[in-house]
Design a binder for this molecule. Sequence first.
Ligand SMILES: NC(=O)c1ccc[n+]([C@@H]2O[C@H](COP(=O)([O-])OP(=O)(O)OC[C@H]3O[C@@H](n4cnc5c(N)ncnc54)[C@H](O)[C@@H]3O)[C@@H](O)[C@H]2O)c1
Length: 270
Amino acid sequence: MTNATNNIQPDLLKDQVAIVTGAARGIGKAIAADFSACGANVMATDVLDDELTKTANELGDAVTAKRLDVTQEDDWKKVVTETVEQHGRIDILVNNAGVLLFDTVESMPLEQFRMMFDINVTGCFMGMQAVIPVMKKAKYGAIVNFSSTAAILPNNATGVYAASKYALRGLTRSAALELGPHGIRVNSIHPGGVNTPMTNPENLPDDEVNQRYLFVPQQRGCDPAEIAASVRFLASSQGSYCNGTELVVDGGMTAGLYFPNLPGHPDFNG
Ligand SMILES: NC(=O)c1ccc[n+]([C@@H]2O[C@H](COP(=O)([O-])OP(=O)(O)OC[C@H]3O[C@@H](n4cnc5c(N)ncnc54)[C@H](O)[C@@H]3O)[C@@H](O)[C@H]2O)c1
């Protein structure tokens, strides 16, 4: 990707403790790297055991690998208990783990619908339920839920994914209303096209990936570090007055539509 920037601030999250789900790779890994570089202790969690261990080793001592299947309530209890035992607090939860399966609404098998909702929605719900008592006790916390531009401007072949990400908007806004008085902020982030194994499983080079995003005003895909920087904003004191905020980070993808025959279109030449 080009123009990626994350402007690390070494003390921004000093002494804070964060749980990040789906942190073995992709955006979750970028968040673990960003948060730890900003001074946080990060519980990096995932179901991809080997990849997670590799990621934690790569990112250094501030990042601890923990197995957590977000669909399993017992896993949540275990990770929350162990985090409090080890660090005495949980300041940040990033519900990043998610899955995307492509199919039309007509053809999507019911078990795939259920699987996507189980991970994308129920997993996030259980994560919030697991940390809320700890955060309430501390009268402090920041939760960032991963929605998508699919929940702002849906496209074909992602109807069920979009539905799951729309569900997170409701969950996030209601939780923001309920938890704001307890010092806990709950926000959602809505990335556009980010270059990760989810969208680029073939690991194509940046130039080829960017070709897919020429309809985006910024004319390229997003680097995971750019999403991590926005999550850091929502999760840190920089976003201290953001609650129930839906932060769209999409290079302008959902800003509107281009008309090819009118000035201002990237290919318009008069
Ligand atoms: N990549 C994009 O363009 C994009 C755009 C909008 C939103 N998002 C969202 O961002 C988040 C991260 O996506 P990514 O692109 O890094 O994807 P990714 O596939 O690279 O990473 C997702 C991670 O979630 C983990 N995961 C899956 N099921 C899990 C489970 N049951 N328990 C725990 N972990 C599980 C995977 O093992 C993987 O490590 C997702 O919620 C995704 O929907 C991504």
